[in-house]
Design a protein around this ligand. Structure first.
Ligand code: FE2
Length: 283
């Protein structure tokens, strides 16, 4: 077994998006800080309503998928295709924007903690102009398994083996075959997560501390730890335990041209996206 190790770390930086929601951005804070096919990862985490109340009023997307995973708080999604969904703690929203959608994501609380993640996952040229799709995944539909003692895994997308039997997440399986796990380890626990060889993979530690791989590289808090290739990664929790996102997907290896919420393969396709949006043909 070729174990993966930490190859690079992208620390998160404070950022603001939507109508002024304060968040931390690791992947995607600059064009060269992506991890094909992963374009961006934001964590929003605040007890202060001023940081999140303005929300994300209507805005377009084209050319990729957005995945929202809530830990605390409530958000309402509405879009130009008539979908509407309420996200609460543990819920996931998987939106394949593809050829285009206009949506809003607005907080449904005036106080308390808002916490969660938004991941942007690219689509290959062959899928960028497919019809948009939207899927609400309630927390209760997400399998939580204990593949070893003191190890708890929520399987949001992709498949893991537990006692030799496959456990599949409810998220749609797209062309990049994503694996999206939320991994909880008790203090001092070590666990080896199988990962498809050749998939780009990274970890995001959002609670506790952890060391990665046989060489035990420390994974910084609230940073994207990009992994070398291999068929598994060993994660060892520190004395506080660890909670982290585990993400892997098939690289696309195509040119990426991004203009805000549009991610295409060429400048001409971006200009087309802007024109379609301005002329009401995007949603
Ligand atoms: Fe959005």
């Amino acid at each position: 077994m070729a174990g993966r190790s930490l190859a690079a770390v992208i620390d998160s930086v404070p950022a603001s998006d939507g109508a002024g929601v304060k968040l931390r951005r690791s992947l995607g804070q600059a064009d060269h800080l992506r991890h094909d096919p992963f374009l961006m990862l934001d964590e929003f985490f605040s007890d202060n309503p001023d940081d999140y109340l303005a929300g994300f009023p209507p805005h377009p997307h084209r050319g990729f998928e957005t995945v929202t995973y809530m830990l605390d708080g409530r958000m309402r999604h509405e879009d130009s295709r008539g979908n509407r969904g309420d996200l609460g703690p543990g819920d996931v929203q998987w939106m394949t924007a593809a050829r285009g959608i206009i949506h809003s994501e607005m907080p449904q609380q005036a106080e308390g903690r808002m916490r969660g993640f938004q991941l942007w996952l690219n689509l290959p040229a062959s899928h960028k102009m497919n019809p948009a799709a939207y899927r609400d995944i309630p927390a209760g539909e997400i399998p939580t398994v204990e593949p070893a003692q003191d190890v708890r895994v929520k399987v949001i997308a992709g498949t893991i083996l537990v006692d030799g039997a496959p456990v599949a997440g409810p998220a749609p399986t797209g062309p990049t075959e994503p694996l999206f796990l939320d991994l909880h380890l008790a203090p001092g626990t070590a666990f080896t997560v199988p990962l498809p060889t050749g998939h780009a993979a990274f970890l995001y530690l959002y609670e506790g501390s952890a060391r990665i791989g046989a060489d035990g590289g420390a994974l910084p808090h609230r940073a994207a730890g990009l992994l070398s290739d291999g068929d598994a990664v060993q994660v060892t929790a520190g004395p506080e335990g660890a909670r982290l996102l585990v993400l892997a997907a098939r690289p696309i290896r195509e040119p990426v041209v991004q203009y805000g919420p549009f991610v295409m393969n060429s400048r001409a396709e971006i200009e087309r996206a802007i024109l379609d949006y301005q002329q009401g043909r995007l949603g």
